[in-house]
Design a protein around this ligand. Structure first.
Ligand code: ATP
Ligand code: MG
Length: 197
């Protein structure tokens, strides 16, 4: 058997396996994704998913916890496409250095997040950097988890941020942990507009 024939047989077998797995997946509902870990790419993956939804003509909404002080390229683009943003806008905790105002800001933006999570017209909600709100106890864990669990059946939700608590990972359908192999910043390269924000 020559190389090309071998390749064809292998590919046919693989196709059978893939087709069988595709046929097995029959459930249609929105999913919960958690993108966590110390590597770069969590928020960009979340925003990439928002772009997919918007590209298909679906409604999507974004909630940015922690960040929002810098002008964010995704926000400028997506708002032009009708995507509402709720932004905590306080910056990192080591910048604000004020737990009380951080908590008030978190609760404020959470009220908007809850509205998105209750709206059946919204296909996808991105809760960017939400992991920290539970890690630091800024928001009530039970309230957040039940708002996510009770969202409309066809709505998907993406949660990003480092250190996702076990409960978040347990209730998610898909969990990806992005590993930090290396990062340009540690080589002294400045964060770049259009790449890092
Ligand atoms: P991105 O927004 O680029 O997808 P991220 O969401 O995975 O990154 P965050 O922890 O939210 O990462 O941090 C956001 C900013 O910090 C970005 O500018 C990103 O390049 C930078 N960053 C992310 N991971 C690392 C890392 N391991 N070391 C240094 N800087 C990082
Ligand atoms: Mg991020």
């Amino acid at each position: 058997m020559d190389k090309n024939e071998k390749h064809k047989i292998k590919a046919q077998k693989q196709k059978q396996k893939v087709d069988a797995n595709v046929a097995k997946a029959q459930i249609e509902r929105g999913i919960m994704l958690v993108i966590t870990g110390k590597g770069k790419g969590k928020s960009t993956a979340g925003f990439g998913t928002v772009c997919r939804a918007v590209g298909h003509g679906y409604k999507a909404a974004v909630v940015q916890f922690i960040k929002g002080k810098w002008d964010c390229g995704e926000r400028d683009l997506l708002e032009q496409h009708g995507v509402p943003f709720a932004v905590m806008g306080t910056g990192f905790t080591w910048e604000t250095q004020n737990r009380e105002t951080d908590i008030a800001a978190a609760e404020n933006v959470w009220q908007q997040a809850k509205k998105f999570l209750a709206d059946p017209d919204i296909h996808l909600v991105l809760l960017d950097e939400m992991t920290y709100m539970l890690g630091y106890d800024y928001l009530n864990k039970d309230e957040v988890l039940s708002a996510i669990a009770n969202r409309p059946e066809n709505q998907s939700v993406v949660v990003t941020g480092r250190g996702a608590i076990t409960e978040l990972k347990d209730m998610a359908d898909t969990v990806s942990e992005i590993k930090d192999v290396k990062h340009a910043f540690r080589e002294g390269i400045k964060a770049r507009k259009g790449v890092d924000w």
